[in-house]
Ligand binder design. Structure first.
Ligand SMILES: [Zn+2]
Ligand SMILES: [Zn+2]
Length: 328
């Protein structure tokens, strides 16, 4: 098969021939149809996250099952499925026993301990796969397996109540979906973005209001929930002043810089700052189902596997506004 290989830390991506994987007893092989490029791919390429090189990245896959392992009963050849970041865990530690496998220290992550989806074929644990709803295109479904799942799960984790005002900070891969998810649920939705050139698009995605920062968010009435998808800790700290009393800031963007928070604001507005990643497979199911209704659409740029190096470089430079997806 052909696959995009990252040869070493900071190495240039190169497409070359690799052995096609064969499934273990509990695994399946996907013929990859679409594979989203996430900004996490940049962190991985730079060696900022664990994982050995050379390796195949990609953790937003959709594909068709072409082979199943001897012990697989839940999948069959021909199924159209995707698989999220966490595929399998130890099954016996405290967190696995508590039904919170995302905290297992011995998990198998797509593109970390098992090959990723920037390839013609990939392995997946059968139990980690999820069927793609009928009518949802491959390149629409793929980014739901990380970007869509993450931001929808963050919204669910904040437990928005009827009538809540939801703001979305950072209008990129996650944020542009956050606006649509919040709007689809009927919440008054406010986009927080420094880029006036995105205003028209943010309206089209469903934003009821657009503000530039936390102060202006406060001036339009504030938000009960802020989905923090910015990779800037300063922007994330700034938006806190736009939270209403009992408000929740869900942190889903990563920067090494610490988040500076005013203890006064935290105390007297009883604010909660919540970390969130991919919290439950139920949320992945819901995100896919919502995307299948057409109320949430990923804004994609598509590339062939041969073009993946330039697609990656555009992601790295911040030139891809929403989602780059490799289609095969
Ligand atoms: Zn991702
Ligand atoms: Zn475990």
């Amino acid at each position: 098969m052909r696959a995009a290989i990252v040869p070493s830390v900071n190495g240039a991506w190169v497409v070359k021939d690799m052995p096609t994987p064969q499934p273990g007893p509990t695994q399946v092989v996907l013929k990859v149809k679409a594979s989203g490029i996430c900004y996490t791919d940049v962190h991985q390429t730079r060696g900022e996250l664990p994982g050995a090189f050379p390796r195949i990245l990609g953790h937003e896959p959709v594909g068709e099952i072409v082979a199943v392992g001897s012990a697989v009963t839940s999948c069959k050849v021909g199924d159209r499925v995707g698989v999220p970041w966490w595929q399998a865990t130890c099954g016996r530690c405290e967190w696995c026993s508590r039904g919170k496998p995302m905290f297992c220290a011995n998990g198998i992550g797509t593109s970390v301990q098992i090959g990723g989806s920037h390839a013609e074929y990939m392995l997946a644990y059968a139990d980690a796969t999820m069927l793609i709803p009928e009518g949802l295109a491959d390149e629409q479904a793929a980014p739901i397996f990380c970007a869509g799942y993450t931001v929808w799960s963050g919204l669910r984790w904040a437990e928005p109540q009827p009538g809540d005002r939801v703001a979305v900070l950072g209008i990129g891969g996650l944020g542009h979906l956050g606006i649509q998810f919040a709007k689809a649920m009927g919440f008054h939705t406010i986009a927080v973005s420094h880029s006036p050139d995105k205003d028209r698009l943010m309206r089209d995605l469903g934003a009821d209001e657009i503000v530039r920062d936390g102060n202006s968010l406060a001036r339009v009435g504030g938000a009960d929930v802020v989905l923090g998808t910015s990779n800037s800790s300063d922007a994330t700290a700034d938006v806190i002043q736009g939270l209403r009393p009992d408000g929740r800031l869900v942190v889903m963007g990563v920067e090494a810089k610490a988040l500076a928070v005013s203890p006064m604001e935290l105390m007297f507005k009883r604010i909660r700052i919540i970390g969130s990643a991919q919290n439950s497979r139920e949320h992945l199911y819901e995100a896919l189902a919502l995307a299948a209704t057409g109320k949430v659409r990923v804004v994609t740029e598509t590339y062939s596997l041969d073009q993946i190096r330039s697609a990656y470089e555009r992601v790295e430079r911040g030139q891809v506004r929403f989602r780059a997806v490799v289609t095969m």
